[in-house]
Design a protein around this ligand. Sequence first.
Ligand code: GLV
Ligand code: MN
Ligand code: MN
Length: 413
Amino acid sequence: MSEPASWQLPLWQSLLPLGRSEETGGYRRYSFTRADTECRDWFRREAERRSLRVETDQNSNLWAWWDPSDEPEGEVGAIVTGSHLDSVPDGGPFDGPLGVVSAFVAIDLLAEAGQVPVRPVGVVAFTEEEGGRFGVSCLGSRLLTGAIAPERARELTDADGVDLAAAMTQAGLDPDAVGADPQRMAGIDAFIELHVEQGSALADMDAAIGVAESIWPHGRWRIDFTGRADHAGTTKLTDRRDPMLPFAATALAARTVATELGARATFGKVRAEPGAANAISSVVHAWLDARAPDEDTLKEMVSQITAVAELSGKGHGVSVTSRCESLTPIVEFDLDFRDRVVTALARRGIDAPVLPTGAGHDAGILAAVLPTAMLFVRNPSGVSHSPAEHAEPEDCEAGVVALAGVLEELACR
Ligand code: GLV
Ligand code: MN
Ligand code: MN
């Protein structure tokens, strides 16, 4: 990462080393691990440095509050901003942290300019946004809003078979308390998430900042191909029930079907059991990430891909099962709130184009229950979910200025 702007530097300097792999330079910030605890401690320290009130909610999301000094007039809820600190395996530095760092720095800018909040301003860091450990994306915001049942969440397991309940207990948290928190939600009027763009639309438009229009419907499906383990050298090709073959056919079909439908389909995670180089696998577990511009297309694509898996499985004596692990419907961000954000930016001379995205975000989950908006910061290469993810310091700075401008209009005097 090139040098961040001086007024953001201390936050980045203290956050950047946490959970970074020396080998790849990517981040491995998985929920309830040491790296995650270090990120949470960082969040608390930065909040306390600013005299913000910090709390961890029942779903282990972190909140820092800039409270109004005077009792607000009438019934006004909070304006919340923030994002997440967890990462995909070998993720980049900005996906998530940019929104949290920018939130703290935006509050600094407002406070330095003598702005006073007339309603609570919250900074949030949601838990397990990437689903990098327990498989379901946006787990913290899904639990908070009731979009996932607590019983189901508690039973989610990581790659070592440790379930969420055990991981939370080990981290000193209470898994029995997870679940919808309507009281907290009732106290929030709107949420705005700043995020690095995970594509190159802004770079193509020569714009530093964008505003989200919608999020494509998307989900994850686990497909299990079960065959029969056997010797790689002695088993005749005709006698094999090799699950790797229908998996390979399915991965190729995913590309073809996604191309035909103008959608996206990815197998980014595959596990072969028992994983011996000299044995035919007994089982291949594969995770399909599927996204499309509309829900019918998404359904059609997944049904075509799973049909290929089953047909090819039959041809190889391999049984195939598939199950949806998470599904997020299309998100159309609240039009009135988006207009307020665009207008606030325009008043400050920031011309921010409105664009859709194929990436998922906690803002997309919260959009089901609150007016929600997103600001995107230009990513020159468009690369994300990779150590090569990048944003220029001056664009990060523009992001903070934009966010501060929006918070000023919505929450300050
Ligand atoms: C999160 O970044 C996702 O789109 O999976
Ligand atoms: Mn991500
Ligand atoms: Mn993200």
